[in-house]
Design a protein around this ligand. Structure first.
Ligand code: THG
Length: 793
């Protein structure tokens, strides 16, 4: 038996992976529409040959032919996950002997909640199945790759950690805007994934080596673990009706050298790369040494698209999602009125909060269930990182498990029992945690004694393998009304903790004023003093202009707001700003759509229908607000999850409007009919589904022909439905040919229809070559095309 656990893998030396599997399979006869993984069973000798060729070219590791071997992608095939994975690992193991085999895990191919239907636990189970089999059959490494949704990557990593003891590498795919499909940037990827305990991290697919350089630069800056890069052989082009890639082996190797000099140690190739590319990299590596990198540790929390680095300016933690003392929030929690909570989140964000504390602890409700529900809902409307606040470890664990990002846990303290229950959760799920300076004897009066507890917390955390940088100390604010003499001890403790332990600090500022009148006067004065002592992230009420203005003023006086830029920006037209203050008192339908509040959209639309016609609402509110959201998406202000949330919000309004139109005039609302299809051989319909959601919510009628659609079926649908605009999508390089054939079939049948195309490997030039009328670079572009086509402007 192969001793898989003890095999030495030194991820700090160079490790050369293989190149593409798909391109090689095509060379050996794989036809479009054929399942690449079926070759493990039908033609094992071909897979064997490809693996051997890569080893001969110099690969240290080969990757199993299991990219799509998950239960979703194999649903309609004749093979089970087990059959495919067992045969794939057996072949690789046989060829590899004592050399290394990486179990390849690709994305499931479904959108995760709330974008799609796939739940976190579904994704986890799907990956677990593959991983258990692959590990049992003798893989040495688990390679999770081509991930475009960091939430899915998290599910895969947890599945790998909980079902094997193998090293884990995770690489994600980026778009040319430097983000993944769902909006994750490099710093966020690194902060989240390395905290989850992956052994190496990196980027693969989608881009060529040149386009990857800026992304790799960012990853290298923050990654404490080895960095891996597997680029495509450039961008795809069509040549003699074949998809080819334009970066040849020698040029590819030049980029590899550049990346090694930047600090990359694990290399390989993705789409379009061959043995030649691997050979060339191997030659280059012979004359190079791994670069020693000195990575600075940061204290940072992340949502899926935003990372907040503590210490870079004052970071505000919004305190308002906490039922203590708030009658309305208590009522909302009891009645499961989530919109109230979402509104509270939006208000705090707009007022300047960087992180939101979430506490739903009420004796009358199921705290665990409600916490999970609130976290899930919050992530579709605000992209701020969350601080998970509960006294119950089971609630904390459930919440951080399904949280999409790197959360901040509130809190542990110096009690052994609490540390022993919370630290394992912090370590396993890769969170930051607040440590309160209290223990079994309560809160010490003297600053020096609070420092002692802080030291104990840090020491114990480090024993659990938690880094000091992931701990934020809270020296605890007591009320001036009851423990007046201790208020300034807290300020002193902040200074002591910072200088002695070098950790970041937080304080629940509003505690100080309980029981006294005009609380904000005390709050803001205490805040100013604490900031002076070095407080990094106050927990406070961001809706208080007193508090925000104190921070703004502090940033000027402490030389942090350079040239008082932010201050001037905030207060030069002071009167106007105080009126709006970013807080929405009277909510309009357009604001509600932009914020993505579904239930409110429905209610307000019903209200508006009493005084306005359906079309008026559509043209005055729905379309213009979707336009604003679309612009925000294009400018990188928001990302796919928020875009879809707004689209779904419009859907709610549309549902009401459609009913009313049908009832009053008997007419249906449609701005035009569009057929959509993912072409033959391609089962990746995520892109098409996103386009569908957007088009429908702009009022178009979408005929969804599904995925893996034969060209004849597209032709027939266009004929029978008298359709004038068709959208085709293809994700894989292998299926762009099907797209070309579908367009050809439409033209040959003399159908008077216009075709727009989109998909990861396409570009403007390519679209022209295959005779498409329009190229849609993303979903918002397809809406623009449709509006132009149906003259909706
Ligand atoms: N440290 C840490 N976490 C904390 C605290 C801390 N979490 C809770 C608390 N302290 C910080 N949060 C709040 C939230 C609300 C109030 C004070 C602190 C507050 N609420 C008003 C009241 O109770 O009367 C109600 C406000 C309203 O109705 O709008 O004052 O120290 N780590």
């Amino acid at each position: 038996m192969v001793n898989i656990v003890c095999k030495k893998i030194n991820l700090n030396n160079f490790l050369l992976f293989d190149g593409a599997m798909g391109t090689m399979l095509q060379k050996y006869g794989l036809k479009r529409g054929e399942l690449p993984e079926s070759y493990n069973i039908l033609h094992p000798e071909i897979i064997e040959k490809i693996h051997s060729e890569y080893f001969e070219a110099g690969s240290d590791v080969i990757t199993t032919n299991t990219f799509g071997a998950n239960r979703y992608k194999l649903k309609n095939s004749q093979y089970t996950v087990s059959e495919i994975v067992v045969s794939a690992v057996k072949i690789a193991r046989k060829v590899a002997g004592n050399r290394l085999v990486a179990l390849d895990i690709g994305p499931i191919g479904q959108l995760m909640e709330p974008l799609g239907m796939l739940t976190f636990e579904d994704a986890y189970d799907t990956f677990s199945e593959q991983i258990k089999i692959g590990a049992r059959e003798g893989a040495d490494i688990i390679l999770i790759e081509t991930m475009t949704d960091i939430y899915e990557a998290k599910a895969a990593i947890l599945a790998a950690k909980e079902n094997s003891s193998l090293p884990i590498i995770c690489t994600m795919s980026y778009q040319s805007d430097g983000r993944t499909l769902t909006g994750t940037d490099p710093i966020t990827m690194v902060n989240v994934l390395q905290s989850l305990g992956v052994d190496a991290i990196g980027v693969n697919c989608s881009l060529g080596p040149n386009e990857m350089l800026p992304i790799v630069t960012e990853i290298i800056k923050y990654s404490k673990v080895p960095v891996m890069v597997q680029p495509n052989a450039g961008l795809p082009k069509l040549k003699n009706r074949q998809t080819v890639f334009n970066v040849e082996a020698h040029e590819f190797a030049e980029y590899a050298k550049l990346m090694v000099e930047m600090g990359v140690t694990i290399l390989g190739g993705c789409c379009g790369t061959t043995c030649e590319h691997i050979k060339a990299i191997n030659n280059v590596l012979k004359n190079l040494e791994p670069v020693h990198r000195n990575v600075q540790k940061i204290t940072a929390v992340s949502s899926s698209s935003l990372t907040i680095v503590l210490g870079e300016g004052i970071k505000i933690i919004g305190e308002r999602i906490n039922p203590t003392g708030k009658k309305k929030l208590k009522e909302a929690l009891k009645n499961n009125n989530l919109d109230y909570i979402l509104q509270e989140a939006i208000n705090q964000r707009d007022a300047g909060a960087d992180i939101l504390d979430v506490n739903v602890g009420l004796p009358e409700i199921d705290e665990r269930e409600v916490m999970i529900q609130v976290i899930k809902e919050l992530k579709s409307v605000v992209n701020l990182p969350l601080q998970i606040d509960s006294v119950r470890p089971d609630v904390i664990e459930a919440a951080v498990r399904i949280y999409n990002g790197k959360p901040l846990i509130n809190s542990v303290n110096g009690k052994d029992e609490v540390m022993n229950s919370i630290f394992p959760i912090v370590k396993k799920y890769g969170a930051c945690v607040i440590g309160l300076t209290l223990d079994d004897n309560g809160i010490p009066s003297k600053a020096e004694d609070r420092l002692k507890i802080a030291e104990k917390i840090v020491r114990r955390a480090e024993e659990y393998g938690i880094e000091r940088a992931d701990i934020i100390i809270d020296c605890l604010v007591l009320t001036a009304s009851a423990q007046q003499s201790e208020v300034k001890e807290t300020i002193r403790a902040v200074g002591l903790v910072k200088s002695t332990l070098g950790v970041k600090t937080t304080l629940g500022v509003s505690n100080v004023s309980f029981g006294l009148p005009q609380r904000e006067i005390l709050n803001r004065t205490f805040l100013a003093a604490a900031l002076t002592a070095g407080l990094d992230a106050p927990i406070l009420n961001p809706l208080s202009t007193e508090m925000i203005s104190t921070i703004n003023a502090f940033n000027v006086l402490w030389n942090k707001d350079i040239n008082s830029k932010k201050y001037i920006n905030a207060y030069s037209s002071f009167e106007e700003k105080t009126i709006t203050n970013g807080v929405h008192k009277n909510r309009d339908l357009d604001r509600i759509i932009i914020d993505g509040l579904k239930e409110e959209a429905k209610e307000l639309t019903l209200e508006l229908l009493k005084t306005m016609s359906a079309m008026e609402i559509v043209n005055k509110y729905l379309i213009p607000s979707l336009d604003i959201v679309g612009k925000k998406y294009e400018s990188g202000e928001i990302f796919l999850p928020q875009l879809l949330q707004s689209a779904e919000t419009v859907k709610k309004a549309f549902e009401v409007i459609k009913e009313s139109m049908l009832a009053s005039t008997g007419t249906k609302l449609s701005k035009g009919k569009i057929a959509l299809a993912t072409v033959k051989g391609d089962i990746h319909d995520i892109g098409k589904n996103i386009v569908k959601i957007l088009l429908e919510n702009y009022g178009f009628e979408v005929i969804d022909l599904g995925k893996d659609v034969h060209e004849n079926d597209v032709v027939n649908a266009v004929k029978s439905g008298n359709i004038k605009l068709v959208g085709l999508s293809a994700l894989m390089t292998t299926t762009v040919r099907s797209m070309e054939e579908t367009i050809k079939a439409l033209r040959e049948n003399n159908l008077d229809c216009t075709v727009m195309v989109g998909g990861a490997v396409l570009n403007e030039e390519y679209a022209k070559m295959i005779d498409a009328d329009y190229y849609a670079k993303d979903a918002t572009e397809s809406v623009k095309i449709a509006r132009k086509f149906f003259k909706c402007e």
